[in-house]
Design a protein around this ligand. Structure first.
Ligand code: AR6
Length: 174
């Protein structure tokens, strides 16, 4: 049974087995949470991302997929990089956003991670509305059969925290 918890704060400070990164398909870093993870984690993470690109993801990691590296200087053991979909008003990309979470937890299981911190994927640069993203994220994690004992959503500001809190309280039964 996975306990879903919410925290207000910076994901790079979480003492958990694995943290999830909202990356882009290049895996070569960027702004937002991705930039913070690489800045704080140091160059080893980027080196591993480069190797993954060279060996497996020459065309980039597709949206909805996830891949792990070690966590460099971060107080976690692994970083699980996932690529969220860019929000679209003309195409429903909810399944891809849900897949970011289920794939990340699948990778966490493979690694043997029990505690995982997750950001609100796609809600920054990729412009997904918070309320909708929160519902999709929480449902995907709740419905995933996994050995992860704690899935901690780490929300960067009060607005995001409130959106996740409301969505968690209103989550329909499984
Ligand atoms: N800890 C927790 N959450 C954070 C942090 C942090 N340190 N910093 C930002 N957030 P974004 P995306 C929140 O833009 O929308 C990057 O350039 C932020 O407030 O990081 O999936 C990548 O390289 C927002 O709620 O990710 C991609 O190119 C959430 O994290 C692109 O952005 C996600 O915002 C991915 O865009």
């Amino acid at each position: 049974m996975t306990n879903i918890t919410l925290a207000l704060g910076d994901i790079t400070e979480q003492r958990v087995d694995a943290i999830v990164n909202a990356a882009n398909s290049s895996l070569l870093g960027g702004g937002g949470v991705d930039g913070a993870i690489h800045r704080r984690g140091g160059p080893d993470i980027l080196d591993e991302c480069r190797d993954l690109r060279a060996s497996r993801y020459g065309k980039g990691l597709p949206a909805g997929r996830a891949v792990a590296t070690t966590a460099g200087r971060l107080p976690a053991r692994w970083v699980i990089h996932t690529v969220g979909p860019v929000f679209s008003t003309t195409e429903d990309r909810s399944a891809t956003l849900a897949s970011c979470y289920s794939e990340s937890l699948r990778i966490a299981d493979e690694l043997g991670a029990r505690t995982v911190a997750l950001p609100a994927v796609s809600t920054g640069v990729y412009r997904w509305p918070l309320d909708s993203a929160a519902r999709i994220a929480l449902t995907a994690v709740r419905d995933m059969g996994t050995s992860v004992t704690e899935a901690r959503f780490v929300l960067f500001d009060q607005r995001a925290y409130d959106a996740f809190e409301t969505a968690l309280n209103e989550l329909p039964p499984a």
